[in-house]
Structure formats: structure tokens, C-alpha cells
Design a protein around this ligand. Structure first.
Ligand SMILES: [Zn+2]
Length: 691
């Protein structure tokens, strides 16, 4: 009798507390970059900025305590897709790291199970070169519409990304398919388009959040309308949040307070999940196990995450999960103390020279540091943290950096101490003490974007005087010196940025480009040689070396180097523009035209390809065609007016008055007077004088 009652109770309990699994469901993973949980309507934000996410949430499962493990884009997405923690997969920051080239990811597992797979990403940190494309039959990262701009990250509008995803989904049909869509709107700089700018005046971040949500509409509408007839399992989350000034941090990447570490997480599939709110802690590494569990698939071994389905079923199992987190950008790019930490039992411990402990229930805004008073809890949490930190490689930055540094030394440059010291940080190196320097970096950026180059330059020079060990400050200064035409100063600043940086190939590639620009191409080619020789050489390093070789008339080597870059980044249309330019310089006009046209096939709006084809048309005597290409170029990128003007001046100097006239007439008729008033005067005088 007692046994029967127990058995019946057991049956009742499990049946009530089980989520049905269903194999063959489609999976849509949506990651919205830099989206704070509390900017979402379903998480309490007033004013309805996110109606589409809210519709999913009201018919799905909303996690109120979901966490990322990193506060920057690349590592956070590696966590989601591999189900591993950063000490396990080794990706600790955006620059200088690559996703592992082996092992299971959500994409490889589903592809092995016969799923069609595609990813549509919207910004450079997720470029194919960083290795997240494994397992995706299509990895669409076509946001390179020109050369990489200084300071800003290349991105694609959410509506364009969604449009590409919808085209693929229409083709993928019934599936099963796995589609990952990444939107970038809420990331700085906040330039929300209409009507969102007017709807959220004075809060351009929220305007960007709203425009990302609106972009999702056409993708989500058919899924929401299908309700329980639909066969798509949707997960919406963000890679990290945004500080918006809290704790003195403007954006994200330095600290790991709730404003950047806590993320929205919504899981939607009405056939198997009933609407509910779950307060159990959920982590990004739980997503892969949860999705595979929901699809009734076995889990790969040895993952740190657990399926969230039991927690969804019972709203309480397991009672608590341990969240490991880290924020290493300050350490890797600025030479500050590394930040790691752990959340357990409602307490957050942040391990820094000045340690922090917060009671997240009583103090959700993390204003009262309990580390000095609750030392027992600090010791216990630190011991758990040590266990996780020591579980994998500490750094997997590009090995080429050491060799390249050595080359720098052999070329007579003083490289300083190399990598920042890994240990021995004092309270002076604590990011809480140094966040003011980041505010200055932000201010430099703001001034530059507003067009105040001199103001930015003054601040930049001041910053490196105050903190000469900060790689990122030197890199900012190098950009600014170059923009101001001080090439030697730019070379010097970039050299120092590279010497201080921890394995980041970006300053190395830029240093090479600056040297070439300064007429020191032989030095550049030499400097980049060891890094370019590596089998997994960075695309920018290869490009930089190719352009130096081209300047030295080593055309074949330049083309071979560009061809290697194209292998690692096949959708990058700018690489084809470089191929065209190298061919053109060495007199191979047919090959050059072919490369520019191929670039336009990859990226139809690519301004630089259009302006180069314009010049070729002009030289072929087809002036009408030239003007067409220049219109296309300048409508996409107004800075191309400057190039067409320079070209006209070069023609005029070389006695090619007719070609010069074509350039100047185009410039005179089309260039915006607000930006080019002086140049327009000079060009019109020339046109009047030379008749
Ligand atoms: Zn991000």
C-alpha cells in the first residue's frame, strides 16, 4: 500500500515535472549584441522598446537570472556555441584569439545529425577568420563594405542580416535546420535610425535596442503566428550587456557587474514548453545541453553546462548553479589586473587586487562591497574560482606575436618588456582605480567621431604620458597621428602599441601598413615576414604584407599572399579590391578589372571597387561609365569624393588635362559643399582657367 502510494506519487511528480522532448525541431538562435536584460520590455523596461522579443517571452520561457561568462563578443559567442567555459576553449578576448579548430559545437553536432546549418553575423568580432564558421554550411559575414575604419567596428544593419537569413530559410524549407542570427545595433556608437531616434529621444541606446527588435520582426512573425503548429525552437539572448555609465564604465569589457554580465534569455517552443518565468540561475554554457536535450539528442561528454529543461519543468532544480566569469580586456589590452570571478548562492565574488563581494538579492546594483567583512565566504568562493581557472590554458593568443616581436627587436626597435606581467598586480593596477583612463579613451573616441581631430589628439598624447603601459591608448594615438598626417609619430605609437599588446595581430598589421604608407615598405615587408609565414596567419597581417610587397614591385609574392588571405576570409570583398589594385599597378588591366568586378559580385555596394572601375573606364575612354561608377562609389561612401579629387590632381600634374577635367567636373557637380567648400572653389577655378 505504502509502496503503491509512493509509486503513484513518484509517477505524478515526474509526469508533472517533465518537459516533452521532440526530435527534428528547427533551431533559431538569436544573439543581440550588447543587449542589457533590463532594456527588454519582458524584463520590465517601460515604453515597449522590444515588442517582438516580448511576444516570444509571453508565449515562452523567460529566465530572470541568466548570465554570460565574458563581457566581450567573441569569447561569449564561443561559450554559447561550444558549451565550454573560456579557460577550457582558450578564447579570452576579441583580438588575438580564435575559436578552437576541433571539438563539438552546436553547429557541428546538428550538422552531423543531418541539419542544414547557417549563420548570419553582423560585426567584425565574429568575422569568419575568428573560426566560428565550423559546422555551418553557410557562414554569412558580409559586412566588409570597405577598408576597416579606425576605432569603429565594421557592422551590417540588422535588417540586412535578417534579409539574408530569410532568403536562406526560404531555401532550407521544412528543415530540419539550425540558423544563428547575430544583430549588432545596441553596440556603441549608438546611432539609432528613425523612427526609433524620435521615439526614444535622449536615449539613443534604447533606440538601437528598439531598431534591433524591429529588424527581427519579419523573422519572428511567421514563427509566433504558427504557435504550437510551428516546429522551430527559438533561443534569444545577448552576448553581454552595457554599463551605460554604471560603476564609471561607459560601455563594456572592463568590469563584470550585473549591467554587463546579466543577459536576457528566452526559450520559445509552444509544442514542448509552456509559458513561464524561471528564476533559477541559467548560464550560456547551459544552452548547448538544453537545446540538444530538447531535441532528444545525446550530449557530448565533459561539458560544464547542464540542460535547463528540468529547471523549466520544476522551477527549482538544481537549486543553484555556479557561474564562472571573467573580463580580461583590461588585462590583455591595457596591462591592468585581470578580472575573474564567480557567482554562487546569490553572492558574486570578483577576484581583483581589491576584491569585491556582493549580495545580489539584497544589493542588486552592487553598491556595498562585503569582501572585507565576510572573509569566510570570500575564501570559499576564491577556492572554487581557483579550481575553474586552473582547468585549462590561460592564454591561447597568437603565437606569431612572439616571433614578430623578436623581428621588431632585430630591426632595431626597442620593444620594451613585451607582454604585460601576468602576476604581481597591485591595487594601483585594479580596474576600479583605472576606469577613469577608459573614460578618457571614450572621450577621445567621441571627439574624433565629432570631427574634433585636434582635441582628440591632445587628449591621446596626454593619456599615453599618464599611463605609458597601456597598449590600447598607444593604438588610439597612432590612428589619430596618422589622420593628422604625422606618419612618423603614427609609426612610433603603433610600434609601442604592438610591443605592449598581448599577442594581438591588429597593431602589427597596422604598423606594417603605416610603414608602407611612410615610404618604408621594405621595413614593413621584413617586419611582417615571420607572422605572415605562419600557417594560420591573420588576414590583416597577410594583407598588410601583400601591400608592402606590391609597393616593392614584388607583384607575384604580393598576389600569392593575398590569395592566402582570401582562403581564410573568402567573403571579404576588400581583399579582391587589393588584388585588383596590385594587378593594376603592375599593368595587368584585364586581371585588375576581373578582380574589381568579382569584388562587386561579393559586395555590390563596395565603394572602393566602384571608384577603381571608374578610373579604369575613364582610361578606356568611357567617361559615361566612369561617372556611373563614381556615383555608385560616393553614394555608398562619401569619402570617395576625396579619392576622386586626388586622382584629378594627379592627372593634372601629369599633363593629362582631359582626364583631370573628367574627375574635377564630377567632383564639382556632386561633392557636398558642407565638407569640401575650399576644394570646390579651387576645382572650379581650375575648370574655368583650363579651357
Ligand atoms: Zn558583443
Amino acid at each position: 500500500m505504502a509502496l503503491a502510494v509512493l509509486a503513484a506519487a513518484g509517477w505524478w511528480w515526474t509526469s508533472r515535472a517533465t518537459v516533452r522532448r521532440e526530435s527534428g525541431l528547427n533551431v533559431l538562435l538569436v544573439t543581440i549584441d550588447t543587449l542589457r536584460a533590463d532594456a527588454v520590455g519582458a524584463y520590465g523596461r517601460a515604453g515597449g522598446p522590444t515588442p517582438w522579443i516580448d511576444r516570444l517571452a509571453s508565449a515562452g520561457v523567460l529566465f530572470t537570472n541568466a548570465y554570460a561568462h565574458n563581457v566581450v563578443t567573441l569569447p561569449s559567442h564561443v561559450n554559447i556555441l561550444t558549451g565550454q567555459l573560456p579557460p577550457e576553449h582558450g578564447v579570452r578576448d576579441n583580438a588575438g584569439f580564435r575559436a578552437p579548430s576541433s571539438g563539438d559545437t552546436l553547429a557541428t553536432v546538428l550538422q552531423d545529425r543531418g541539419y542544414r546549418t547557417a549563420a548570419f553575423v553582423s560585426a567584425f568580432p565574429l568575422d569568419a577568420r575568428f573560426g566560428l564558421g565550423r559546422g555551418f554550411e553557410l557562414y554569412d559575414d558580409r559586412f566588409a563594405e570597405g577598408p576597416r575604419p579606425p576605432f569603429l567596428i565594421q557592422e551590417r544593419r540588422g535588417v540586412d542580416t535578417i534579409e539574408r537569413a530569410r532568403q536562406w530559410l526560404a531555401e532550407a524549407g521544412e528543415g530540419p535546420w539550425f540558423c544563428w542570427v547575430h544583430l549588432y545595433e545596441p553596440h556603441y556608437p549608438y546611432q539609432s535610425p528613425e523612427p526609433f531616434a524620435s521615439r526614444w529621444p535622449g536615449d539613443s541606446y534604447l533606440g538601437e535596442v528598439a531598431s534591433a527588435d524591429a529588424a527581427l520582426g519579419p523573422l519572428l512573425a511567421p514563427i509566433v503566428e504558427a504557435g504550437s503548429d510551428g516546429r522551430t525552437l527559438v533561443v534569444v539572448t545577448s552576448d553581454h550587456g552595457e554599463s551605460l555609465g554604471e560603476h564609471g564604465e561607459a560601455t563594456h569589457g572592463i568590469f563584470a557587474y550585473e549591467s554587463t554580465l546579466k543577459v536576457p534569455l528566452i526559450v520559445y517552443q509552444p509544442r514542448i514548453l509552456r509559458p513561464r518565468t524561471v528564476e533559477t540561475v541559467a548560464r550560456h554554457v547551459d544552452l548547448l545541453p538544453t537545446l540538444l536535450d530538447a531535441l532528444a539528442m545525446p550530449l557530448p561528454d565533459g561539458l560544464p553546462g547542464r540542460s535547463l529543461l528540468p529547471a523549466i519543468a520544476t522551477a527549482g532544480e538544481p537549486p543553484d548553479r555556479l557561474v564562472y566569469f571573467e573580463a580580461l580586456s583590461g588585462s590583455l589590452n591595457r596591462g591592468w589586473a585581470p578580472l575573474t570571478g564567480i557567482i554562487r548562492g546569490g553572492f558574486k565574488y570578483i577576484d581583483l587586487p581589491i576584491p569585491e563581494l556582493y549580495d545580489l538579492h539584497a544589493d542588486p546594483h552592487e553598491q556595498k562591497n562585503l569582501a572585507a567583512t565576510d572573509t569566510a565566504r570570500v575564501s570559499a568562493l576564491r577556492a572554487q574560482l581557483d579550481g575553474i581557472r586552473s582547468s585549462g590554458p590561460v592564454q591561447a593568443a597568437h603565437r606569431e606575436s612572439a616571433e614578430a616581436r623578436e623581428r621588431l627587436r632585430s630591426l632595431g626597435y626597442v620593444t620594451g618588456s613585451g607582454a604585460p606581467p601576468a602576476a604581481g598586480h597591485s591595487e594601483e593596477d585594479d580596474p576600479k582605480r583605472l576606469i577613469g583612463l577608459d573614460t578618457i579613451l571614450q572621450d577621445i573616441l567621441d571627439r574624433y567621431l565629432e570631427g574634433d581631430l585636434n582635441g582628440a589628439l591632445t587628449k591621446g598624447r596626454d593619456l599615453v604620458r599618464r599611463r605609458p603601459s597601456m597598449s590600447l591608448a598607444w593604438m588610439h594615438l597612432a590612428h589619430l597621428e596618422r589622420e593628422a598626417g604625422n606618419l612618423d609619430a603614427a609609426v612610433d605609437a603603433m610600434r609601442r602599441a604592438f610591443a605592449l599588446g598581448a599577442g594581438n595581430s591588429e597593431p602589427l598589421a597596422l604598423l606594417g601598413a603605416y610603414l608602407t604608407e611612410a615610404g618604408r615598405a621594405a621595413e614593413a615587408a621584413d617586419l611582417l615576414e615571420p607572422a605572415a609565414r605562419a600557417s594560420d596567419a591573420d588576414t590583416d597581417v597577410l594583407t598588410s604584407r601583400a601591400l608592402a610587397l606590391a609597393r616593392l614591385n614584388r607583384t607575384n609574392e604580393a598576389l600569392a599572399t593575398l590569395s592566402r588571405a582570401r582562403q581564410s576570409d573568402p567573403s571579404n570583398a576588400m581583399l579582391l579590391v587589393h588584388v585588383g589594385t596590385v594587378e593594376l599597378t603592375s599593368g595587368n588591366r584585364a586581371a585588375a578589372r576581373g578582380a574589381f568586378e568579382e569584388a562587386l559580385k561579393l559586395s555590390p555596394g563596395l565603394a572602393r571597387a566602384h571608384s577603381s572601375l571608374g578610373v579604369m573606364s575613364l582610361e578606356d575612354g568611357d567617361r559615361g561609365r566612369a561617372v556611373e561608377h563614381w556615383k555608385a562609389a560616393t553614394s555608398r561612401d562619401p569619402t570617395e569624393y576625396g579619392r576622386i579629387l586626388s586622382l584629378g590632381i594627379a592627372f593634372a600634374r601629369n599633363g593629362r588635362a582631359a582626364d583631370a577635367r573628367a574627375c574635377f567636373e564630377f567632383f564639382s557637380a556632386n561633392a557636398p559643399p558642407s565638407r569640401y567648400s575650399r576644394e570646390l572653389d579651387r576645382v572650379r577655378t581650375w575648370l574655368n582657367d583650363v579651357r
